[in-house]
Design a protein around this ligand. Structure first.
Ligand SMILES: Cc1cc2nc3c(=O)[nH]c(=O)nc-3n(C[C@H](O)[C@H](O)[C@H](O)COP(=O)(O)OP(=O)(O)OC[C@H]3O[C@@H](n4cnc5c(N)ncnc54)[C@H](O)[C@@H]3O)c2cc1C
Ligand code: FES
Length: 281
């Protein structure tokens, strides 16, 4: 049996500075062995442990889409030891990647349904993966309407500007971008993500709502979705608890009786309510 603690060796192909505050960078990684690429089969919503040699490892959701399997992308917000060390790395440097880990988004359940994706902060990374996966020519017809609500404090903190520009031009996706306060030249919504969700008021009929972002955003989005008529089964959250092993061994990441690393990170609200009551963010 393969040792699950041994990472794939990957080379940094490029580093993209995403935000004007320089806190979030996207790392584009290439496998050093073709066999590893074939073994790393993932779906949107899964994550991996990325290691900086000599510093440690940390979990990050895949921001890339499996429909473009050559590279893995991770958008990393710098907050501490591993993320800080990652931010010093450059094109050509090597990192380790252990994964794919976790359950990911339930793509089979999504088929034939409308999807409402709601995100903010680096949590938007796996929703970007899901959006690009759905928009792929080979997948688009399997899903119905796609609506994305994505917010940041200000325009300069929005991630994936190229993708956003491409998505805006498409007729098979409705994109609502929002920032917290008015900004010069800004043409999108102004307001917090939960408020914009209430204003946009997407229909809950045949629709899954998928929410990933800062805990406060998820907490205040939940009652709005309920007001709009979404059932607990059709509201999904992706959690970003602190983790260590990522493979269900260390017990660092539990919510009630479940491990976020192996049972999640994606849970429906009905699952979360039975595990913890309402207060899980
Ligand atoms: C499934 C999953 C997906 C994730 N996806 C991403 C992603 O795409 N991009 C991204 O930037 N981050 C993501 N994270 C969070 C990321 O793993 C942490 O920010 C990272 O582990 C911090 O490592 P560090 O060594 O830099 O920080 P440390 O030096 O360990 O800690 C610095 C500070 O941050 C706090 N902290 C560390 N981890 C967390 C956490 N998970 N939640 C709240 N506070 C924390 C510590 O208590 C400490 O105060 C994800 C986490 C999970 C579990
Ligand atoms: S991180 Fe070790 S059990 Fe989940």
């Amino acid at each position: 049996m393969e040792n699950p603690y041994i990472p794939f060796l990957m080379k940094i192909e490029d580093v993209i500075l995403e935000t004007e505050d320089r806190k979030i960078k996207t790392f584009i990684l290439a496998f050093t062995h073709d066999d590893d690429r074939k073994r790393f089969v993932y779906i949107p919503g899964q994550f991996a442990e990325v290691s900086v040699f000599g510093k440690g490892e940390a979990p990050f959701g895949m921001a890339s889409t499996p429909t473009l399997p050559e590279y893995l992308e991770f958008s990393v917000s710098t907050i501490g030891v591993v993320t800080g060390a990652l931010h010093t790395l450059q094109k050509g440097d090597r990192v380790g990647v252990r994964g794919p880990l976790g359950n990911g988004y339930p793509l089979e359940r999504f088929k034939g349904k409308n999807l409402l994706l709601i995100g903010g902060g680096f949590g938007f990374s796996t929703l970007r993966s899901l959006t690009n996966y759905i928009l792929h020519d080979g997948n688009r017809s399997a899903f119905k309407d796609l609506t994305v609500i994505y917010g940041a404090r200000k325009p300069g903190l929005l991630l994936y500007k190229d993708d956003l520009a491409t998505w805006k031009k498409r007729h098979d996706l409705t994109l609502h971008l929002t920032v917290d306060q008015e900004a010069e030249g800004w043409q999108g919504h102004v307001g917090l993500v939960p408020n914009i969700t209430r204003i946009v008021a997407p229909s809950p009929k045949d629709t899954y709502a998928v929410v990933c972002g800062p805990p406060v955003m998820m907490k205040f989005t939940l009652p709005v979705l309920k007001e709009l008529g979404f059932t607990d089964e059709n509201i999904l959250f992706s959690l970003e608890m602190r983790m260590k092993c990522g493979i269900g061994k260390c017990g660092r990441c539990n919510v009630g009786s479940k491990y976020v690393c192996t049972d999640g990170p994606v849970f429906s609200q009905s699952e979360l309510a039975t595990l913890t009551g309402e207060a899980h963010f």
